[in-house]
Design a binder for this molecule. Structure first.
Ligand code: IMP
Length: 532
């Protein structure tokens, strides 16, 4: 029998969470020799430089389990995380990604209030019962409610109307807003005064029955005194009851809400930002700075851990083992690796620093091995096959910018050039991003140097790729295939078993399609275009 993404046998073997215990053992691994040999030659390797060795495999790709973690207490059903960039992750990306088992990190190039509102949108997306619904009062005008919706980022249009004591007086729904031409009209003039209600404590199934019978999409619960005690929303009830096979992948917290991360910086006011994000139940805070191994980053990390010990904090970015270790010792719940691999990044060229990503990931993972601190490989992923390579080198998850920036859900604008549709994508250290937000300036320390701006990134276009869903299907299948070839059933096994070949120039050329004129672009190779 299948229970969601696992067979019952698989669940038994793995324990109820599906993640193998002791996943971060400190034992030496096969690949350590490989990297030691490379290191002895002074060689650091990028994704294109290596491929995984295949092994005897009793694991067909369909049986692979992709579960992993982004940080100590934040699991992933699929080890893919979206970059905290203004052209990659706002609430839409985060919702779609969490629905598919991954995690979105909402960027911080906006006010703390706006960012917190985005966290709320993700958190409220899957709400079976809303215990503390947002209510309006009889005297509130349609215009003022609309204004609040905009401000707070509420995606819904149905509100219970209550008096000062919390007694339900009516409900207003989408059609009341639509048919009310005058924004000055008060809620009491447009609301349904005798709405269908159910008693406090009504369960999900009963609520579903009442809602289908009465054809009501919004069901307030009231106690004996008429006081509002909660609300059911039909789309959520349906999704939770019959989410179908898709819902097995939802990356949800203990209350059944989608998980979401939120980024912050190391500048002034970031602790206040964190307070708001934590209040809105962000699952993980991610300190985003171009150089994570600095006293400032460590100070912010320690302050966050002191103020919000129940919330995981991931810190980045670093690319050397000793930096990863220092952050771990300072209390990080996850370390993000990547200095210079990003598609839009010019750091290595303009500042002359950095370590090619596969070696950086391996070095950092090795340095924190045994500490139970997951490593995220951030940037530089160009093909689905780079994901098993990153995880094989030691990462627990990958963070993607470019691979997701071209999707429908990404915040960038669509641009048509010569009939081809693109979306705009830019580095957070690009001129445009730094001019647009203080967050980007801080992240790339633009305010500390002598030059007005010293960009470490570029701005450009990326072919439109359609929905996140279709992109993720290709990426996860690539991971499954890679794990299948290695003979690894779990991410942990992939990390344990992985060993690498180093490719020569001819090897790289041989690996790619060659000697043919490609007439059809494949969805997982080259730049996928969707011209609409
Ligand atoms: P990509 O997936 O290769 O596009 O890389 C995305 C990653 O690049 C992000 O998650 C950041 O770590 C990094 N990044 C974002 N903006 C910049 C920049 O302007 N300069 C350098 N690195 C950047």
């Amino acid at each position: 029998m299948r229970t969601g993404v696992f067979t019952t046998m698989q669940m038994k073997r793995l324990g109820s969470s599906g993640v193998k215990r002791g996943a971060k053992g400190s034992a030496a691994r096969k690949k350590d020799d490989f990297f030691a040999r490379m290191d002895a030659q002074g060689l650091a390797l990028a994704y294109a430089d290596v491929r995984l060795r295949t092994g005897h495999s009793e694991t067909p790709p369909s049986e692979v389990i992709m579960e992993s973690r982004f940080s100590r207490r934040v699991p992933l059903k699929v080890p893919i995380v979206s970059a905290a960039m203004d052209r990659v992750t706002e609430y839409k990306t985060a919702i779609e990604l969490a629905k598919r088992g991954g995690l979105g990190i909402i960027h911080f190039g906006m006010s703390p209030e706006k960012q917190a509102a985005m966290v709320t949108r993700v958190k409220l997306y899957l709400n079976a019962i809303i215990e503390k619904p947002i209510c309006v009062e009889e005297g509130d005008t349609i215009g003022s409610i609309e204004e609040m919706r905009e401000e707070q980022g509420w995606g819904f249009h149905s509100f219970p109307v209550v008096d000062a004591k919390g007694i339900l007086k009516g409900v207003i729904t989408q059609s009341d807003f639509e048919f009310s031409m005058d924004a000055k009209r008060a809620a009491k003039e447009v609301m349904t005064k005798t709405p269908v209600t159910a008693p406090a404590g009504t369960d999900l199934k009963k609520a579903f029955d009442i809602m289908t019978k009465t054809k009501k999409k919004f069901l307030p619960l009231v106690d004996k005194s008429g006081k509002l005690s909660g609300v059911y929303v039909f789309s959520d009830v349906k999704r939770v009851l019959f989410g179908g096979s898709e819902s097995a992948y939802y990356n949800v917290d203990k209350e059944g809400h989608l998980r979401v991360g939120a980024a912050l910086g190391v500048g002034e006011g970031e602790i206040e930002r964190a307070e708001l994000l934590v209040e809105r139940k962000a699952d993980v805070l991610v300190i985003e700075t171009a150089h994570g191994d600095t006293p400032r980053a460590i100070k912010v990390l320690k302050e966050l851990k002191k103020n919000f010990p129940h919330v995981d904090v991931v810190v980045g970015n670093v690319s050397e083992g000793e930096s990863a270790k220092r952050l771990t010792d300072a209390g990080a719940d996850g370390v993000k690796v990547g200095q210079g691999p990003g598609s839009i990044c010019t750091t290595r060229i303009v500042a002359g620093i950095g370590c090619p990503q596969v070696t950086a990931v391996h070095n950092c993972e090795k340095a924190v091995r045994g500490y139970d601190v997951p490593v995220c490989a951030d940037g530089g992923i160009r093909y689905s096959g780079d994901i098993p390579v990153a995880l094989g080198a030691g990462a627990d998850s990958v963070m993607l910018g470019m691979m997701l920036a071209g999707t429908e859900e990404a915040p960038g604008k669509k641009v048509v050039v010569n009939g081809i549709t693109y979306k705009d994508y830019r580095g957070m250290g690009s001129l445009g991003a730094m001019q647009a937000s203080r967050a980007a300036r801080e992240r790339y320390r633009a305010d500390s140097g002598k030059a007005a701006f010293f960009p470490e990134g570029v701005e450009g276009l990326i072919p439109y790729r359609g929905s996140i869903g279709s992109v993720l299907d290709q990426l996860t299948e690539g991971l499954r295939r890679g794990m299948g070839y290695v003979g690894a059933k779990t991410v942990n096994e992939l990390q344990q078993k992985s060993d690498f070949h180093r490719l020569s120039g001819a090897g790289i050329e041989e690996s790619h399609a060659h000697d043919v004129v490609i007439t059809e672009e494949m969805p997982n190779y080259g730049t996928r275009r969707k011209d609409k």
